[in-house]
Design a protein around this ligand. Structure first.
Ligand SMILES: Cc1ncc(COP(=O)(O)O)c(C=O)c1O
Length: 386
């Protein structure tokens, strides 16, 4: 059976070239980057080269890039690290948005339990927070604003540059979760004006289990882990050199191939969007019509026109060899509609009847016709059973 992977926002396969770049650091160049002998120096040199590559790709200095275990850790590190450093100055208020990834929302909730004030700003029907909303929410106690660069479910791109201006007017730092954006849209920390940026390798054909946090020079941030002095004392633990090398190679490839690849994926996305809109009158496109990542298509089926369950759609599409997600999350044994779609104003039933298609290197224009045909087949089978 033909298999079509359309879940590239969840994870991507490792690029062969990334695998080849990493290989020596699993075997012959295995040294501990903190050791002073030649084995250690060889590992250290590869680690610092990787840091330099990633820093250069986002317009940063290499001393501003800290390796972590992935996007989740980087988000936690940024939020808790700033919160802890700010408490000493009597500041205990954080601003975020309702459309953030749980890796941002959960640490904010933890801080709320620990006595912080947390403002969760609503988003508009496209999933976007306005710079004005951010400006109005800032108080004398605010220590951090954290708003994602682009949303992982619907692909909407936040006006980060304008939000950064509003935040900096008050002398505050801005953190952005950019896990979904390198290689999809330009990401330059100086141009965006951000102070902290979360990155993750496995979303861009790099290895799982490594990410980075960009921290602008001069930003006060407490470490979350305590141990040896690795990563300039900010993130101790023996450095994962092979993964760092792979991450850097993946970033390098993603940036150099972005223009051509994103044009290609946008065409596939647009073709699928038109085909679905033409063939399914109940389909609603979620996300900003233009300020949207080129590789994501998120559709809901209007519950006033047709009754469909997203998870059932996902399972039935899987039986046809097509891997998509519904955006729902299983909480306490029951399917909860996506918090992002609810925040955008979708009703619960429509939000539950959602499919997210996330395109990547393995997809071709031929996939569009195949996916639409299978979707038609699955929906008529499900509607027939209803
Ligand atoms: C926007 C966003 N932030 C954070 C994460 C978590 O990243 P990681 O899987 O590297 O921990 C993800 C992963 O899905 C994501 O999409």
């Amino acid at each position: 059976m033909k298999r079509v992977y359309l879940d590239h926002t969840a994870t991507t396969p490792l690029d062969e070239r990334v695998f080849e770049a990493m290989r020596p650091y699993f075997s012959e160049a295995f040294g501990n980057a903190s050791s002073v002998h030649s084995f250690g120096r060889e590992a250290k040199s590869a680690l610092e080269k990787a840091r330099e590559t990633i820093a250069k790709a986002i317009g940063a200095q290499s001393g501003e890039v800290f390796f972590t275990s992935g996007g989740t850790e980087s988000d936690n590190f940024a939020i808790r690290g700033i919160a802890k450093a700010s408490l000493k100055k009597g500041k205990n208020h954080i601003i975020t948005s309702a459309a953030e990834h749980p890796a941002v929302l959960e640490p904010c909730e933890m801080l709320r339990e620990e006595g912080f004030d947390v403002t969760v700003l609503p988003v508009d029907a496209n999933g976007i927070v306005s710079p004005d909303q951010v400006k109005q929410a800032i108080t004398g106690k605010t220590c951090l604003v954290t708003i994602m660069h682009a949303n992982n479910e619907v692909g909407s791109i936040s006006p980060i540059k304008e939000i950064a201006e509003a935040v900096h007017e008050k002398g505050l730092p801005l953190h952005t979760d950019a896990v979904q954006t390198p290689g999809k849209i330009p990401l330059n920390v100086a141009e965006l004006g951000v102070d902290l940026v979360t990155l993750s390798a496995h979303k861009l054909y790099g290895p799982k289990g490594i990410g980075a946090l960009y921290v602008k020079k001069g930003t006060e941030l407490e470490p979350m882990l305590h141990g040896g002095g690795q990563e300039r004392g900010k993130r101790p633990g023996t450095e994962n050199v092979p993964l760092a090398v792979g991450f850097a190679k993946a970033v390098e490839l993603a940036v150099s191939e972005m223009e051509v690849e994103m044009k290609r994926l946008a065409t596939i996305r647009d073709n699928l969007q038109s085909a679905i809109s033409n063939q399914f009158p109940s389909a609603i496109i979620n996300g900003h019509p233009t300020e949207r990542l080129p590789n994501i298509l998120n559709i809901s089926f209007d519950s006033s026109k047709i009754q469909l369950e997203g998870e059932m759609l996902v399972m039935n599409m899987d039986l046809e060899g097509i891997a998509v997600t519904s955006g729902s999350a299983c909480t306490s044994g029951s399917m909860q509609p996506s918090h992002v779609l609810l925040a955008m104003g979708r009703d619960g039933k429509t939000a539950r009847a959602t499919l997210r298609f996330a395109f990547g290197k393995s997809n071709t224009t031929e996939d569009v016709e195949y996916v639409v045909a299978k979707l038609r087949h699955v929906i008529s089978r499900m509607a027939g059973r209803a």
